[in-house]
Design a protein. Structure first.
Length: 359
């Protein structure tokens, strides 16, 4: 009798993860043959990974076929797998593997061919787990298999690929086509070039082992110095290059005699009151905010004798939280007299200097 399957609900919960930009734990509630159960999946994602393989997590990476399926405890299965094309490790043949959350996996059948990623721990069974495993049927892994084959035959070279993105925030960014990307060898400064395609993706020809600094037009240098990417034999790195908003407002606060005024409270605010941030001038009377998006801003400071502000910032309905400011750039009393600064994308306005009025 064919199994009846019903998907009921899915919930994504974001949790911190050291290996990724964001880690979403996905919960799905399912029914199979009248039984209700919960499926948990890690939902791991990253802006820097080994082309999605995470092969350093696994003892064995290979294409193999399922030769037998036997029942095990708690509705799980015991699989016998015959490795066929091995990319990493030395798996025995046949290899016995237990499922975890087996009902959540795609339907398994004798003769099915999968690209397996399997961990091996001392004195513990090898497990094909639904939660955080990258194994999948070969039919769904053609690109991964092809890349693994290339890497296996590559010798002292590796692959470096990824995409270039732009946007006002991490969650609101788009690919950038036609951008030149440069990889510079840290050892001899040799340069390698490629260009993003229509989808914003790039890939270099195989590069020799070593460390590489990356830069892209519209994004600038990244992964430089100590954070340069290390390419080892047969490794593949996928790197997203993205520049966050980088417009800048900065200036100095001085007395009429030209001396610096330190620890003066500074307000930088969207002209429509939708966002603001506060800070203090440093020992040289200097202030700077260098991660601004394009838009219209006003800048104000506290005057000697003003009440201390509650420092921080706000995005959204900020009107009731904006600290009281009486002195606005370019030296005007009152918000209505403030100069509205129309800031372009990545524009730098470094001349917002204040001179305190005589007391």
């Amino acid at each position: 009798m064919a199994s009846s399957f019903r998907w009921a609900a899915a919930v994504l919960t974001l949790v911190p993860c050291a290996r990724s930009a964001a880690a979403g734990q996905i919960r799905e509630f399912r029914e199979v043959d009248g039984k209700s159960f919960q499926c948990l999946h890690s939902g791991l994602s990253s802006d820097l990974n080994d082309c999605g393989f995470r092969s350093d997590w696994y003892a064995y990476v290979f294409v193999g076929s399922i030769s037998a399926i036997l029942p095990s405890d708690k509705d799980e299965k015991k699989l016998q797998i015959m490795p066929e094309e091995i990319f990493h490790g030395k798996p025995p043949s046949p290899l016995t593997v237990l499922t975890s959350q087996g009902a959540c996996l795609p339907k398994l059948g004798v003769g099915d061919r999968w690209l397996f990623f399997l961990r091996k721990e001392a004195d513990r069974p090898i497990v094909l787990d639904y939660y955080g495993n990258d194994s999948r049927p070969v039919a769904d892994a053609q690109e991964q298999v092809e890349t693994l084959r290339r890497l296996k035959a590559m010798g002292d070279f590796g692959l470096l690929r990824g995409n270039v993105m732009r946007g006002p925030s991490y969650s609101n960014r788009k690919p950038v086509p036609g951008v030149r990307v440069v990889a510079t060898s840290s050892s001899d400064r040799a340069k390698y070039f490629t260009t993003t395609d229509a989808e914003g993706d790039y890939e270099f020809q195989p590069v020799p082992v070593g460390s590489y600094e990356l830069a892209a037009e519209t994004v600038g240098p990244t992964y430089v110095g100590d954070s340069a990417l290390k390419i080892t034999s047969g490794v593949c790195w996928k790197v997203t290059l993205w520049k966050s908003p980088a417009a800048r407002l900065s200036g100095h606060i001085r007395r009429s005699d030209g001396s610096a005024v330190s620890k003066t409270q500074v307000l930088i605010m969207r002209a429509d009151y939708s966002w603001f941030t506060t800070q203090e001038s440093d020992a040289n009377g200097y202030f700077q905010e260098d991660s601004l998006g394009a838009g219209k801003y006003v800048v104000g400071i506290s005057l000697p004798g003003d009440s201390p502000w509650k420092t921080g910032g706000c995005a959204g309905a900020c009107l009731n939280e904006i600290p009281p400011v009486s002195f606005y750039y370019p030296g005007m009393l009152g918000r209505s007299n403030a100069l509205v600064i129309d800031l372009g994308t990545d524009e730098e306005r470094d001349n917002l200097d204040f001179t305190l009025p005589p007391q």
